[in-house]
Design a binder for this molecule. Sequence first.
Ligand code: BGC
Length: 698
Amino acid sequence: MIEKKIEAILKELTLEEKIGMIHGSGLFRTAGVERLGIKPLYFSDGPMGVREEFQNDKWIPLNRGDDRGTYLPGGSAIACTWNPSLAHKYGQILGREARARGKDVILAPSINIIRSPLCGRNFEYLSEDPQLAGSLAAEMVKGIQESDVAACAKHFVANNQETNRLHVDAIVSEKTLHEIYFKAFRDVATKAGILAVMTAYNKLNGEYCSHGKWLLNEILRKEWGFKYLTVSDWGAVHDSKEAAEAALDVEMSVTSGFENYHFAMPLLEKIKKGEISETHIDEKVRNILRTMFAIKKLGDTENRKKGAYNDREHRAGAYEIALESIVLLKNEGVLPLSKNLKKLLVIGDNATRLHAHKGGSAEIKALYEIPPLLGIRNRLGDLEIRYARGYYVPEKETSARHWQELSLEERTEMENRLNEEIKAKQREYLEEAVALAKDYEHVLVFAGLNREHDVEGADRKDMRLPYGQDELISEVLKANPNAVIHILSGSAVDMSAWHGRAKAILWSGYLGMETGNALADVIFGNASPSGKLAQTFAYALEDYSSHAIGEFPGGKRVLYREEELVGYRHFLKNKVKPLFSFGHGLSYSEFSFSGFTHEKEGNLFRFRFNIKNIGSFDAAETVQVYVQSEEGEPRVLKAYKKIFLKRGEEKQASIILDEDAFSRYDEEAKRFAVKKGQYRIFIGTSVENIIYRTEIEV
Ligand code: BGC
């Protein structure tokens, strides 16, 4: 039925009209065909909420008063919830807001694998593990699309660094792609019915992703059966013919010469000269129209959802996600702090800094953002709080041009201007904080990175904390060993200088508008933390596989020689001890386990066990199932379940392993196949903390 309608529309369209539909006619829209009732397709960033409005052809904000929206946590935070229903809720909020703002395609979620902790956009991405990333991404997408908005998974594929992101050639074996880097994209395409995919800037095995005949035609379209919209990253197309003959539907870019885009006049001319067949264009238009029907922009338009903007429920959702994203890395009897404190010292620039409106296309003009200090005041009104900034963050020079306008050029790296003046200020701030820390019994430090470091377009140079924070934290801990340290960062940072001395360490990614309220609730015990790391925290940068082999960030090419040994897989296989392992995260409560059994149900294996909350807090534990296929191979995550228990409560829980858990990519047959044999099963509360082992025959 819809296919017939699509063919009928296609017959009506002139070549020029079709061309208008396949390239940007604004920074965030294509051209419509008014005479046929086809409206432009409206896009918007991005993963942490709906981005502010820009002029049609310039990166100049419209400064509208009505585009402040719900600011959601970033991907690397959300992943720590290990809670698919919260990923779904995130999607629902984002989808509703996008719809209410009149968008058709929301450029989210960002689902690249975290290959190195240095990648500037890790704060948007989910995890180093494909199973965790894929399962959460699928729920995000389903949630978004409930509002008749297309989710757009990005950046397909192997966009695992920002250094030379426009041209770097990622050399990755087919097997590694299928096992690791494709997985989340495959999941959203085959399990969540995603309606849009964004091609990455970089090359994959010698070919730009946006020109990728194998990547787009063979894998995405044929193998995964994807029939909807593919859109280039902004400025990722380099050749009309190559991209037109690949299964890329829409070219978007960052400049305002829309008629000069590769898919505009240059393509039109080539078609007229007979150099490119018009059938390619028809296919693109079909995919675009099919997507429009799916989101009810065409067809059943009357029943298209209206969405909701800045809804109270959205803020409640943002809080819930933030709360479950917080990871308690270490706690030697210090947390939670008592709500009856009289006096508190709060240290650190991140206690007051706002992060929403920075860091690249994921920036958000937030309705509000509650930083930690404000959250603590909200929750403990009559507490006497002294605040010391602790470390000095030099102001960055601002450019007259918008960053995105500059984003296609090599961006000159802004060095920390650690001149004498800055050093002196840092010393002054540090001394003030350390002197105060001696006088206060209760001290909270809010340290970490900000969106100068967790940023699109640049990678970090190393894993160290900037602005002299290692020294600050070490000195504060000497002055007050009970000081609680919260580190905010998009991905792992080096804590080796002081982690041994700290008694309590909390970590989180960017938590969105409700940051401060969520953190205050965890710190003062209104809620038990339940986040679990979605990436390994190492002692040193060289402990990560991509760095151990010297392949990050590479030069023109970067060889993914570590293959599947990304993240904890490498740490296990090569016996490297992490500082905090994948899946780790403490609670204020404790849990006991008993009665593990398993049974085969058709092709599934069901594992049952009893779990009891034996501590004094209502809390949650995430039970993780790892599968090892062969002796010497690392165990890998295949299933997990977050279980909520009131204090004293006991439940029987079960976790299922399906066939996917035992299938591996067979390079010769070019497909996944279940490998028969003995498998070892490890059930634990992190990849290292295994509480039950067994073997099964598949
Ligand atoms: C980013 C994309 C983003 C696009 C539009 C690009 O620079 O890589 O993630 O969606 O800009 O703002």
